[in-house]
Design a protein around this ligand. Structure first.
Ligand SMILES: Cc1cc2nc3c(=O)[nH]c(=O)nc-3n(C[C@H](O)[C@H](O)[C@H](O)COP(=O)(O)OP(=O)(O)OC[C@H]3O[C@@H](n4cnc5c(N)ncnc54)[C@H](O)[C@@H]3O)c2cc1C
Length: 393
């Protein structure tokens, strides 16, 4: 049976960053990456609509959630590591602070990591899943083989979009060694809503402020950006952001505020002047709002009262009925709780087992935060593993 210093389970952002950093820190270590897909780094390539939104100018702690948010704060927000260091090209940010390769190709990110993997002599076993992990460590592989490793880094991702190889199997491996897993929810995902009031809006994209409220009217979160109306509910950047605070909460209501830059009184005055000019009720917002959205608002009010119409423009509510689920989510909320790992990302339950990336209970906002966490936690796990060998000596 082949024996390695380190086996990394999962060839995503976290696993590849970890492998590369391990060899950069100590070229004599033998490192193997086990990846069940035919290719490694597939989610990195798909990120940011294929443009590779790898990080953000603002890495503030408020953008990370879950029991491990403090780890993200320590490693990402404090800039202890720079995820862009892993790549050999230039980056550029957009007006929202999202950082992309200057060439705007997500595949450049995975190609660069894979080039380094090859150059550094890291063994990459593709189309091979780790089906079991025994303390010690022995890894049982899907091709019938076995291998041994002194340290294992579990970087096999979460449960979002199983076509990328992430069907939640990482949690089963963690559980088999005594770890627990917090409740899991899809996050950064389209929301299903009561569509009665938006049936005519399918396909329309608009910019608005979205506020999510719980059943008692408590604000769960707010976000401003694109909302796209669909046959199941709402999509778009603002919805992706807000989906993170709706995960796991029952009876959520979304309040859409259209025309965020125009005060409610001015909208009421505009409606009043149209009324005076003899506009039909359905056209009282025409020109001021997208016509179809305007008509939907007025149907909802069932009134020509300018103040009621203006109030509804500022507070168009939709009852959330769920989300499109893990098959559409960009990230998993939940995972192996931070209480079960130490600051080095080493398991408190199984010595020499380390975690990196989405498998841990850390999730970030939309905008480059999740790839940053995956890369940085991979880099940190690598440093911790190398330090652990030095302590052994
Ligand atoms: C469509 C899409 C777009 C996204 N866009 C962005 C974005 O713009 N910005 C951003 O920051 N984040 C984005 N994300 C989220 C981000 O890509 C992930 O959070 C991040 O890639 C997680 O990295 P990871 O290495 O922890 O896990 P993953 O990248 O999921 O990698 C885990 C790997 O482990 C492998 N694996 C699983 N089980 C086993 C096993 N038993 N044996 C061997 N291998 C196994 C899987 O095949 C997979 O390749 C997006 C996600 C998706 C799905």
């Amino acid at each position: 049976m082949q024996n390695y210093d380190i086996a990394i389970i999962g060839g995503g952002a976290a696993g590849l960053a970890c492998a590369v950093r391990l060899k950069e820190l100590d070229k004599n270590l033998s490192v193997v990456v086990i990846e069940k897909g035919e290719r490694a780094g597939r989610k990195i390539a798909a990120s940011g609509n294929g443009q590779g939104n790898v990080s953000n100018v603002d890495l503030g702690a408020e953008h990370y959630h879950g029991s491990g948010a403090y780890l993200a704060e320590k490693l990402c927000s404090s800039r202890l590591y720079n995820p862009l260091e892993m790549f050999d090209f230039l980056f550029a940010s957009d007006r929202l602070g999202r950082i992309y390769p200057a060439g705007k190709q997500g595949s450049a990110l995975s190609d660069c990591l894979l080039r380094k993997v090859e150059k550094l002599g890291i063994e990459l076993k593709l189309s091979t899943a780790a089906t079991a992990l025994e303390k010690g460590f022995t890894l049982i592989l899907s091709d019938g083989g076995k291998l041994q490793a002194n340290r294992v880094v579990l970087a096999a991702g979460g449960k979002a979009q199983k076509q990328f190889g992430t069907d939640g199997g990482a949690y089963a491996l963690a559980r088999s060694l005594g770890h627990t897993v917090t409740p899991l929810y899809p996050s950064l995902v389209q929301l299903k809503c009561d569509t009665r009031h938006i049936k005519t809006l399918k396909g329309i994209r608009t910019e608005c402020r979205v506020t999510a409220l719980d059943k008692d009217g408590k604000v769960l979160g707010t976000s401003t950006g694109d909302v796209i109306f669909t046959d199941y509910g709402v999509s778009g950047n603002a919805v992706f952001y807000i989906s993170s605070c709706c995960a796991g909460v029952e009876n959520v209501t979304l309040s859409l505020e259209f025309l965020t830059d125009i005060p409610q009184e001015r909208i009421a005055a505009d409606v009043e002047s149209k009324l005076a000019k003899g506009y039909p009720q359905s056209e009282l917002l025409c020109g001021t709002l997208h016509n179809q959205i305007g008509r939907a608002v007025i149907r909802r009010c069932d009134s020509s009262d300018p103040r009621t119409i203006a109030r509804t423009v500022k507070n168009f509510t939709l009852a959330v009925e769920g989300s499109l689920g893990f098959d559409y989510a960009q990230v998993t909320k939940g995972g192996v709780p931070a209480s079960e790992v130490d600051d080095r990302l080493q398991s408190k339950i199984v010595p020499d087992l380390y975690f990196a990336g989405e498998v841990l209970d850390v999730d970030g906002d939309c905008g480059g935060y999740n790839l940053t966490w995956a890369l940085v936690s991979g880099m940190h796990a690598a440093k911790s593993v190398v330090n652990s060998f030095n302590t052994d000596d």
